[in-house]
Ligand binder design. Structure first.
Ligand code: DON
Length: 310
């Protein structure tokens, strides 16, 4: 583990320099048109530790679209609200399919494989929509509290873009509703889901806001309990097996950290007992995971010996 914070900053700078050669390897997401305009050259990385340090390099303070990283926050809110009943409506198995695949939903009678593929996140969005009087505000308030930053915002341009290109998510919502696994009306569920995906945050804010998952559910900045130790364990387990979608096996094999990606190019990785890494670079690989973002987490985890399987 890192003893010297100055060394950590130097190390992050050095890792970013190496990655300058790799940002041409992926492709910026364009199925949500508002994401296509983001420069492929932006890249940043932050490390937040449970003992209070937040170290960053590159574009670590620039807000980007958190996209599927929002699924982690939504899941924690739904677990807190619904308790174990949640796990009757969504499973905890890897899907082995792309994040937006619809194919298993029909076979498995409208029960999503896990809460971090799109179908599962829509189910979670239904729980939030049905159990909060103003779920979008509750979501944003939760993030602002976790990041200790009132400036976190919803990017309305991204929201509108998702809304007008959301047919596949809508199809999954209606399919689950046909099986009786969605309570609210689908336009409401989609509106919540696209809102949470459209939140903009920086690497620094994301790393800091997820520290509770590295600290048995307690936010070390405030000592507030965000979730139970059992639920922190469960979220980390799901991120280990499914957070990088159908690249999760390879990521566990080579990196060994619970992690979640988003098509905005962000990757967060939880290091239990130590802290959180967040990296960002918009070009994605074929799994929808950031090429450079994944490399950065991988290189840092290897250099510092952070794998949870050691
Ligand atoms: O629903 C979608 O497809 C996007 N709003 C989120 C997908 C995503 O970030 C997948 N992550 N790699």
């Amino acid at each position: 583990m890192i003893k010297n914070i100055i060394n950590l900053r130097d190390k992050l700078e050095a890792l970013l320099l190496i990655q300058e050669n790799f940002h041409n390897d992926g492709k910026v997401a364009d199925y949500i048109p508002a994401l296509a305009g983001v420069s492929p050259k932006l890249m940043g990385v932050s490390v937040a530790t449970i003992d209070g340090n937040v170290i960053g390099a590159g574009d670590h303070q620039i807000p980007f679209s958190i996209q599927s990283i929002s699924k982690v926050f939504g899941l924690v809110m739904a677990m807190n609200r619904l308790g174990d009943e949640l796990w009757h409506r969504v499973n905890m198995e890897p899907s082995g399919q792309p994040f937006n695949s619809i194919i298993q939903l029909e076979w498995e009678k409208g029960i999503p494989r896990n809460p971090v593929i799109n179908a599962g996140a829509l189910l979670v969005a239904d729980v939030l929509t049905s159990h909060f009087s103003a779920s979008k505000l509750a979501f944003l308030t939760f993030l602002r509290k976790l990041a200790a930053d009132e400036n976190i915002f919803i990017d309305n341009h991204v929201y509108q873009s998702e809304l007008s290109h959301g047919s596949r998510n809508a199809a999954m919502g209606y399919l689950m509703k046909s099986f009786g696994n969605i309570e609210a009306e689908i336009p409401e569920v989609l509106s919540h889901y696209f809102t949470q995906c459209s939140v903009a945050m920086s690497c620094q804010q994301l790393a800091s806001s997820l520290l509770f998952l590295a600290n048995k559910g307690i936010d070390p900045k405030t000592n507030n309990t965000i979730c139970s130790p059992r639920d922190a364990h469960r979220v980390n387990a799901i991120l280990s097996t499914s957070g990088m979608y159908d690249q999760s096996g390879e990521f566990a094999f080579s990196v060994g950290l619970p992690a979640k990606s988003g098509v905005g190019g962000g990757v967060v990785a939880i290091v239990p007992g130590y802290g959180v890494i967040c990296s960002w670079s918009p070009p994605l690989n074929r799994f929808g995971n950031s090429v450079v973002g994944t490399n950065l987490v991988s290189d840092l985890a290897e250099e510092l010996g952070l794998s949870i399987y050691h």
